[in-house]
Design a binder for this molecule. Structure first.
Ligand code: ATP
Ligand code: MG
Length: 273
């Protein structure tokens, strides 16, 4: 079942001539993780902002969990979607981690006890409970992103959108956040939309969508897209390391599986050869 339905969406920024998104139609499956990849300037962030009602829709229609995204329903859409940005620094307002997580709830008239419960639960969910009294400035980049995610979990959205939310993290912190997202998807049933340049990040999800010059040029299971090196290269996208390795092995006359393999699967397969 689709939770986000986009029909014939076009968008031009005010004062600009060229549309940034052109007749885009797509369905994002509920409770799955879809990664949107595409070159710089292909329109990924613009699409995410339109889905979240942060920009007025020019032409076409977006439905989020049965609600049309328009001026009338923008509050309802914001309840359904939690948005995590690239730079966690810009997202902090509180003097302690706990205050910061509480901030979003304060505008939602949630009773005190319920607030305390939700904050505790959200900090547990992101494994940051022991930092409740810490000053946000003392945290690492990965910890800051965890706190930003906790702040959003408190608001109980159905959909989480991450716009390059791991791009400023080191590889280990990035893997930790990706592991957290997988856990949230499986255990809590979130729908995840992640925007990324990184094929490793796309490999952590279920589906991959490719945006190119404002048009959706591919949308499929990640196994199909990430193993299609011609397609990735055609749209100027990085080919996953495992696929590059497979190409080299093929070049040396080795029989390699056609199917996409994650790095762990690749290591296992190589050890069996
Ligand atoms: N507020 C704005 N006004 C006018 N043009 C804009 C505005 N914001 C973005 N653009 C232009 O829209 C195009 C798409 O931008 P967008 O940020 O959606 O791309 P993106 O795929 O997210 O890129 P990146 O990978 O660099 O984050 C770019 O050419 C950009 O310059
Ligand atoms: Mg962007």
């Amino acid at each position: 079942m689709a939770i986000i339905e986009i029909k014939d969406l076009s968008y031009t920024y005010p004062g600009e001539q060229e549309p940034i998104l052109k007749h885009l139609t797509a369905s994002f499956p509920a409770k799955e993780w879809t990664t949107i990849i595409g070159r710089n300037g292909s329109g990924k962030s613009t699409l995410a902002r339109l889905i979240d009602g942060l920009l007025p829709i020019g032409h076409g229609q977006i439905m989020v969990a049965g609600t049309p995204v328009d001026g009338e329903h923008v509050d309802l859409v914001h309840q359904k979607i939690g948005f995590v940005f690239q730079n966690p620094e810009n997202q902090f307002v509180g003097t302690t981690v706990e205050d910061d997580v509480a901030f979003g709830l304060e505008n939602h008239r949630v009773p005190r006890d319920e607030m305390r419960y939700r904050i505790q639960q959200a900090l547990n969910d992101v494994s940051m409970a022991e930092y409740a009294q810490t000053e946000p400035a003392m945290l690492s980049g990965g910890q800051k992103q965890r706190v930003a995610i906790a702040g959003i979990l408190c608001l109980r959205p159905e959909i989480l959108i991450f716009d390059e939310a791991t791009s400023m993290l080191d590889p280990q912190a990035r893997q930790n956040i990706l592991g957290l997202l997988r856990k949230l998807k499986i255990e809590k049933g979130f729908t995840i939309i992640a925007i990324s340049h990184d094929p490793v990040e796309a490999a952590a999800g279920d589906n991959v969508a490719i945006l190119n010059q404002g048009q959706l040029v591919a949308f499929d299971r990640k196994e199909q897209i990430l193993a299609n090196t011609d397609l990735l290269q055609k749209y100027g996208l990085a080919v996953p390391f495992t696929e590059k390795l497979k190409q080299q092995l093929r070049g040396q006359g080795m029989q390699v599986p056609k199917e996409y393999m994650t790095e762990e699967q690749m290591v296992k397969w190589l050890s069996q050869q």
